[in-house]
Design a protein around this ligand. Sequence first.
Ligand code: FES
Length: 318
Amino acid sequence: MTQFDDAEDDATPVTAQRPVSDEARSEWSSVAHEDMNLRAYRAAIVAFVVAVGGGLLAAIAYWTSETETLLGVGLALALGGIGFGLVSWSKYLDLDEHVVQQREPLRTTPQQDADFEEQVEVGRQTVGRRKLLVGLLGGSFVSLAIGFVGPVGSLGPRPRGERDSTGWAPGRRLVTLDGSPVDLSSGIFDQLATVFPDGMIGRDDSQVVLLRLRPELLSERTIDDGALDGWVAYSKICTHAGCSVGLFGVDDREPDVVRQLVCPCHQSVFDPTDGARPVGGPATRSLPQLSLGVDDEGFLVSNHDFDRPVGPITWDEG
Ligand code: FES
């Protein structure tokens, strides 16, 4: 043996791998694939169970008023669980697998027959598992819907129906916060008071700002709409976003003396001498005016309810 031959022998790797047969490669691939499929299946089940738990947690959080954190966590778990479960399910079904199969002779070997039977069996098991997954997916959607019942229910009724009618009615006295009726002959000019319908002190939709202004300052339509001997009454709910119009100011600098009702929230300004029409700020609608009368004892009363909804513009009017 030559020196050259020795070197050639030494160069032969001791750990040289044997070529892998196609059958063995196919078998390993099949085992790995089955393993991955099972992991995706289990992941989908866990995700849907988490989604069901999340929806129930959200519902419990709402009914126990634990809405600061638990409600959000529950809904996040429900939505996240459903999303992750669907992705895992698609992995389990091999929806992302791309396979190219070469055309082969239409004769099968015993090995191919065995493979086919095995695939049929796997398919049968898959259909059986699908029932569980479909059930869990349906359960997670139901649970999610339950979790949303509370928050959606809290949106409440549409506002128009409530504001179409207030506590004002023909002959109902105007009373101050301490329950005192307002005498037609009382009061000094340029002062504001908050009044309510008699027997309904504190009712939100019926609060009214009552002013006594010099009668000669009032516009014709303000008088026509129910001003009485200088008394004017307007809804106190701002037509912009519903704050209380609680400020009244008189700017007596020459040449014109200006009287204004002001909403402090976003500085909407209304002219009380002219039907409380908006003259500044974001409000675009006049404050509804309450038509005034006087009863047998000389106290101010309402002639009827407001002739339009109080407060901000409603969906139906938009
Ligand atoms: S709510 Fe009155 S100005 Fe905005």
